[in-house]
Design a protein around this ligand. Structure first.
Ligand SMILES: Nc1ncnc2c1ncn2[C@@H]1O[C@H](COP(=O)(O)OP(=O)(O)OP(=O)(O)O)[C@@H](O)[C@H]1O
Length: 374
């Protein structure tokens, strides 16, 4: 494993990369820097350009403009086989006529490694993924998870500087997918290589990544640590794409005495001073940040409280998810972990709820409703 660990040290840079197919620009001024040993995930909806970015790094596509470099060396003109990049895709793409040992050893054979080195590295890579005893098995004698582990072993056996993974768990069922997510994270931590991972599954991105780059229409719209993005989304798109959220419209009352923004539909104040000149804003509040307020509870300055009526109760096993209506207007959602002494709410029940100002994210956009553009 020592040899595999020495692959640490790679840095990937996209500088002003553009890609067009005919007249259609799919990536525009794409700029991204990935540190050595980092696990970076490109997360975005279908068609946002994730695979196109990966394919340019791998060498399957040429950029229309801009520069890509690996470890400080421009690679735009470097052929695929010289880029020293490992790849794992959704389809396992194992060679069906080769056994596990031959499949994993294939990249080394292509690079002219001698048989002793090949044997040692294949054994080390298969040990890493817990398949040391599977050398003779054929791909059709393996489960989906085992095939994906073999594909992973094959991708790292030649000690690539960078490992690219494009929806590698997409073909697996949910339980296996969740288990494999943790395995991939552990493998990566052991070998320390730089990983660029593509997915449209926000849960997977949150679980695996050191940083997440959220993509929309060929642009990175936000990049950061998973918790930072979840807690502080910078746009409505980011707030809605990662996790579930409540979006509240805020109105600037234009009177200092109001003490903050007015939260539409909640008959209450968001106690942060409105930015001058800004008439409306949007507030994102995660469902688990909304909590029940005990009767007669004294609230500090940093709280927002409001009355609500429960309209739907959904049981998720570990949590209850409540849909509530406030002032007969907007549907909001809040979630509660089940605990022995918290009675389950019923549909029709009224109660007082609250959230902390610090737990809400003020977004730059405003909601554009059917009736009026705010
Ligand atoms: N060879 C091509 N010719 C023309 N358009 C293409 C080509 N390859 C990709 N596109 C377009 O580029 C856009 C981005 O595609 P890309 O595969 O990078 O998206 P993605 O974010 O990876 O999506 P998905 O999650 O569905 O794989 C899409 O609109 C797609 O139709």
């Amino acid at each position: 494993m020592k040899q595999l660990q020495e692959s640490r040290g790679a840095v990937v840079e996209f500088s002003g990369v553009c890609k067009s197919f005919g007249d259609v620009e799919v990536l525009g001024n794409f700029t991204l820097s990935v540190g050595a040993g980092e696990f970076l995930t490109l997360l975005g909806p279908s068609g946002s350009g994730k695979t196109t970015a990966l394919n340019m790094l791998a060498g399957f596509l040429n950029p229309s403009a801009g520069e890509i470099s690996i470890a400080g060396v421009p690679v735009t003109a470097t052929p695929i086989e010289k880029r020293n990049i490992g790849m794992v895709f959704q389809s396992y793409s194992l060679f069906p006529h080769m056994n596990v040992e031959q499949n994993v050893g294939f990249p080394l054979k292509m690079r002219g490694a001698d048989s002793q080195v090949t044997q040692e590295r294949v054994a080390a890579a298969l040990d890493l993924v817990g398949l040391g005893g599977f050398l003779e098995r054929m791909p059709n004698q393996l489960s989906g998870g085992q095939r994906q582990r073999v594909a992973f072993a094959r991708a790292i056996v030649f000690e690539p500087k960078v490992l690219l993974m494009d929806e590698p768990l997409g073909a697996l069922d949910l339980k296996l997918r969740e288990r494999m997510q943790l395995e991939i994270k552990h493998y990566q931590q052991q070998i320390g290589c730089t990983v660029i991972y593509v997915t449209h599954d926000q849960g997977e991105a949150l679980t695996l990544s050191d940083r997440i780059a959220i993509m929309d229409q060929g642009q990175i719209v936000q990049i950061g640590h998973p918790q930072q993005i979840y807690d502080h989304p910078k746009s409505r798109f980011a707030a809605e794409f990662i996790g579930e959220t409540n979006l509240l419209t805020l109105t600037n009352p234009l009177e200092k005495s109001a003490g903050g923004w007015v939260i539409d539909g909640l008959d209450t104040i968001y106690p942060r001073p409105p930015e001058s000149g800004r008439r409306h804003a949007l507030l994102s509040v995660r469902p688990e940040k909304i909590v029940r307020l005990p009767e007669h509870a004294a609230l500090g300055n940093g709280h927002v409280s409001f009355d609500a009526t429960v309209t739907e109760v959904v049981f998720f096993g570990d949590v209850h998810r409540y849909t509530i209506k406030c002032n007969g207007q907007q549907d909001l959602v809040f979630k509660e972990f089940r605990s022995g002494n918290t009675p389950v709410l019923r549909s029709g029940q009224t109660l007082r709820l609250s959230f902390l100002t610090d737990d809400a994210a003020l977004l730059p956009e405003t909601i554009v409703s059917k009736d009026k553009a705010l």
